[in-house]
Design a binder for this molecule. Structure first.
Ligand code: IMP
Length: 409
């Protein structure tokens, strides 16, 4: 059996949480393979909004095991708060339902200080900052690459405090150079001690945790952010610091290559972006503002207003190809209901479509909306298997009902 990988096809915030949650209902494992609490996945439970950041989107399926893979980074403080919020919503995630790979790197206050410093310095030098989420994600991947990071599996090791001390020195070297307040050893050790009691019990020490599991258990691999924010293949340098491509699931879990199945790409019917970087179809006008308000386009993580624009089919096609996407889930088309005209960017030019007031008529798509969907399919060359019709868990129109997310071969 092969197992689906859900990825965003734009700049994050495409609504991946819903399709992951839908697949999770049939799955034994939901696995995150990249990023950290820079992500924000919004789930709706009985009309109640739940936002997860580090925890995979399988939380609403009481039987699914949620696995935070080796390619992720984890902030113990944010993680503690997230668990608390989930418990308050009635979702209990004991160590048997939530596992963290021992190779996952941990985020400390020093990483957040470095993120703030780098963003501030870029702005002060007259350059453009990236507009990061300031969650310390980039610096944590940097210390991983420098081979001085602290991993979840290190929490119980006797020399971990010495390692933190080294990390603090490393951070303060940079902070001092920029004349910024230093990070203290005690604030970082405090997080370490909290992490020991909170995280250690969730740590999975298996070297190849899914080598045999894939034969009998159904898995869903959940990517964070979007293809256009991929460190290598996105709009560099305005990207995140991990790989968001479906292929990265193999490394970032780790997951056996032979078990990787269809890449399910999620795209909004329009485009949003938070942070800096080019956006040729951006709408800096009333239409853009209307889409922002109707779509609730404010960051689930930082609350920042998202930039809005028309769907960019040049980018969508590139994202589909570079991540070898098999099918698309189109989300938030309902936000465009009532627009007289809807446009897309193709070959650098805007193309215009008649708007729609409703997505469906009986059991069919409304003709104007269907023309839009058909055009996207034809342009990017793969089918749109499902369409999100509203925020709730059940608001999905299946265009290809028999799509097999767990094919045998
Ligand atoms: P970082 O991941 O915090 O380093 O931020 C780098 C860029 O990725 C910034 O433009 C962020 O706004 C963007 N970004 C990171 N995570 C997400 C996400 O989950 N949704 C949307 N944008 C994101």
């Amino acid at each position: 059996m092969r197992h689906p990988i859900v990825v965003g096809l734009q700049y994050g915030d495409e609504g991946k949480g819903k399709i992951t949650d839908t697949l999770a209902r049939q799955a034994d494992y939901v696995i995150r393979f990249n990023g950290g609490n820079n992500a924000g996945h919004t789930l709706w439970l009985d009309g109640k909004k739940l936002v997860t950041h580090s925890v995979p989107s399988g939380v609403l399926s009481s039987h699914a095991i949620n696995f935070i893979g080796a390619g992720c980074v984890l902030d113990p403080v944010a993680f503690a708060k997230e668990l608390q919020d989930l418990v308050a919503a009635g979702v209990n995630l004991g160590p048997e339902r939530l596992k963290i790979d021992f190779r996952t790197h941990l985020i400390f206050p020093l990483h957040r200080a470095l993120d703030r410093a780098r963003e501030g310095a870029a702005g002060a030098e007259g350059g453009s900052s990236i507009g990061t989420t300031l969650r310390g994600i980039g610096p944590t991947y940097s210390t991983k690459m420098d081979r001085i990071g602290v991993r979840a599996g290190d929490l119980l090791s006797p020399d971990v405090e010495v390692r933190i001390e080294k990390l603090v020195k490393h951070a303060n070297f940079t902070l001092k150079g920029l004349s910024l307040p230093e990070t203290s050893l005690s604030e970082n050790l405090e997080v370490l001690h909290m992490a020991r009691s909170l995280i250690s019990k969730h740590v999975s020490t298996e070297f190849a945790p899914f080598y045999n599991e894939i034969l009998t258990k159904k898995c869903v691999l959940e990517g964070a952010q979007g293809i256009l924010l991929d460190l290598d293949h996105g709009s560099y340098p305005f990207v995140t610091s991990s790989n968001t491509l479906g292929a990265y699931a193999a490394v970032g879990t780790p997951f056996p290559l032979r078990g990787l199945g269809p890449v399910v790409g999620v795209s909004k019917a329009y485009l949003t972006r938070v942070g800096n970087g080019p956006m040729p179809s951006e709408l800096n006008n009333e239409t853009g503002e209307r889409i922002r308000q109707n779509g609730g386009e404010f960051g689930a993580t930082t609350g920042r207003a998202r930039r809005t624009g028309w769907l960019n089919l040049d980018e969508l096609r590139a994202a589909v190809q570079v991540s070898d996407v098999s099918t698309i889930v189109l989300t938030k088309s309902d936000v465009l209901c009532g627009e007289k005209q809807v446009s897309v960017l193709l070959d650098g030019q805007l193309r215009h479509f008649d708007g729609w007031s409703t997505l469906t008529e009986g059991t069919k798509l409304s003709p104007a909306f269907e023309a839009y969907v058909d055009f996207i399919e034809k342009t990017v060359g793969i089918p749109i298997c499902a369409i999100g019709t509203g925020p709730d868990r059940e608001d999905i129109y299946w265009r290809h009902k028999d799509y097999s997310f767990w094919p045998e071969h």
